[in-house]
Design a protein around this ligand. Sequence first.
Ligand SMILES: Nc1ncnc2c1ncn2[C@@H]1O[C@H](COP(=O)(O)OP(=O)(O)OP(=O)(O)O)[C@@H](O)[C@H]1O
Length: 283
Amino acid sequence: MTAISVRHLWKEYGDQIVLEDICLDFAPRSFVALVGPSGCGKTTFLRILLSQEHATRGEVLIDGRPIAPEPDADRGVVFQRYSVFPHLTVLGNVLLAAELAEAPLSGRLFGARRRQAEEEARALIAEVGLKGAEDKYPAALSGGMQQRLALAQAIMRKPKILLLDEPFGALDPGIRADIHVLMKALWNACEMSVVMVTHDLREAFTLATRIIAFERRRNRPEEAARYGATVAKDIEVWPKRIAGTRNPATGVGGSPDTPHSPGRDDPATSSGTGRDDPALKTA
Ligand SMILES: Nc1ncnc2c1ncn2[C@@H]1O[C@H](COP(=O)(O)OP(=O)(O)OP(=O)(O)O)[C@@H](O)[C@H]1O
């Protein structure tokens, strides 16, 4: 259970203030969507949560402790594109995630542990709907399949926090709807909090438990570099979503103690081939 606390966070690049005094607390297992106009600092905020960037002032605490200064296996990330390695197969990509987490220097696992990791990778590949594509290279996958692979790769490392930077932004609406279903199922099934940057408010309301809007309130041109974005809106999505329980919208209630059971949001294990899987059909 991982809580994220952001305290009086400022980010400046030279004279430009990008983020101004951001204070936020994300509860364990939240699914937070970050929205806001282009250039307001959403990706910068996400990169700070990943430790690819560092705050100029203020701090980020994970479970009450200062965030690790470098990216680590506790934090997974999926970008809009290019999250996977093009020279590795689907299986190779997912397996590498386990190898890098467990053997960061050699990047290799051996013997029984490797066989076990391969089994886990194959199961995860099936769970994200890519069964049958294990030996394909990313170039032979559609955009939707590549993002499914990127999710599998990130989740293989069992991150406590999954960071998503417009991961579905380049997908067609139908394909996006399919992958939203998968994303919800993964969030329900995995012990992780999710922070997702999106430009799509509908997507934010479809997936998130909470929506944070960043905005530069004082947007006069002469002040453009002087004032950063602050939290303009903080919306809890209703009906309330709780990870690991059925969607209350289905009419079947749930509580954090209720074991996960398949529901409207949970076809990850049964999704199989879908609209975004043309490469499977030409296999
Ligand atoms: N490494 C950097 N050096 C200097 N300026 C940067 C750097 N990274 C980001 N910026 C600036 O910080 C501001 C915020 O950028 P960021 O990419 O975080 O915005 P965003 O809200 O994610 O935008 P978009 O929605 O268009 O992706 C921009 O003005 C950008 O030019």
